[in-house]
Every structure is written in C-alpha cells, then in structure tokens.
Design a protein. Structure first.
Length: 180
C-alpha cells in the first residue's frame, strides 16, 4: 500500500506535466492517459488493500481490478480510434473537409477543384493536396502563398501541395471524386 501510494504521487505529477500539451498531440494524450491510468490503478490498490485489511473481503481485489480495467478501456478508446484513423490516412476529426473544399474552390480564378486529400502526417502535422482548374492561367506564387497561409490559419493545415491545371479541356485522370 505504501509503494502504491508513492505511485499515485509520482504518476499524478507526471500526468500533470503531460496535461498541458495533450489536446493537440496524440502522443502526449497517450502518455497522459497512461500516467492517469497508473495513478488510478495505484489508488485502487491502496483503497482495496485498506478495505481488505480492515474487513477481510478478499473478493474486493478482483472486483476493483475489473472496475479499473473498465475505466482504462473507456478512457483509451478515443486514442485507439484516433491512432487507427491516422494510420489509415483519414481526414483528422477536427477538420471539416467540406469547409476546406469551399474555402479553396471559392478562391478567385478557381473554376473547379478535384483530387482533394487531407491527412495527418504525424500527431501534430496535417497535410493537404489538391488539383485546381484555373482557365485564366497560373495565378502566381502569391496566390499559392496566400492560400497556404489561410489553410494554416483556419484549419492548421501546414503542408499544402496545390497543382494548377490551366486547360479545362485536358482531362485529368484524377478529376472524378471517386478516383484516388
């Protein structure tokens, strides 16, 4: 019980250190959840040990273990969902792809947008690539720069690759939305 009580303190302090950055980083969220889980396990050991010591209720040990397991599973379900989504290169949950599409397609000179992909490159970096049909010609570096700045500011997309297609009559094999 003494060792578990020390574990509560150490794991609690460590979790507190990870708490600040956990919202934007899956790795920090996982480390935070791990430390909190360890603190909860230690607290369960202390409480169960004390109650068993005072009452002799040996059945309390497996019951507390099951309750702790349920808490850990429910607390880490979101981590599993997010990490599977990242490994499958899905659109991050905080990004609305239709809002991104609307922003890009609404830029001056853009006749159409296709082959839009948004994915997480890491736990903190989001990438995008797309093709823009711009019949008036390539708009220049300022257009690309301004678009990338707005994507970064509004959606935290910091790695954008934009392909400009000038002739709308040349068929791009990636133009239909169902083609990847």
């Amino acid at each position: 019980m003494i060792v578990a009580a020390i574990g509560i303190l150490i794991n609690g302090v460590t979790a507190w250190l990870f708490a600040a950055g956990r919202e934007g980083d899956l790795n920090l969220r996982a480390a935070f959840a791990h430390m909190v889980s360890d603190a909860v396990v230690s607290a369960g050991v202390v409480v169960a040990g004390l109650v068993i010591l005072l009452t002799g209720w040996l059945w309390l040990d497996p019951l507390v273990s099951l309750v702790i397991n349920a808490i850990i599973i429910s607390g880490t379900w979101g981590l599993l969902r997010d990490s599977v989504g990242m490994s499958m290169a899905s659109v991050p949950l905080q990004i609305d792809p239709e809002a991104v599409r609307k922003l890009i397609a609404g830029r001056p000179g853009v006749a159409s947008l296709h082959d839009l992909h948004i994915w997480s490159m890491s736990t903190t970096e989001i990438a995008l690539n797309c093709h823009l049909v711009m019949p008036a010609g390539h708009p220049g570096d300022a257009f690309i720069h301004d678009l990338c700045e707005e994507l970064s500011h509004r959606f935290q997309i910091r790695h954008a690759a934009v392909q400009i297609e000038v002739d709308p009559h040349l068929f791009c094999a990636l133009a239909p939305d169902d083609v990847v």
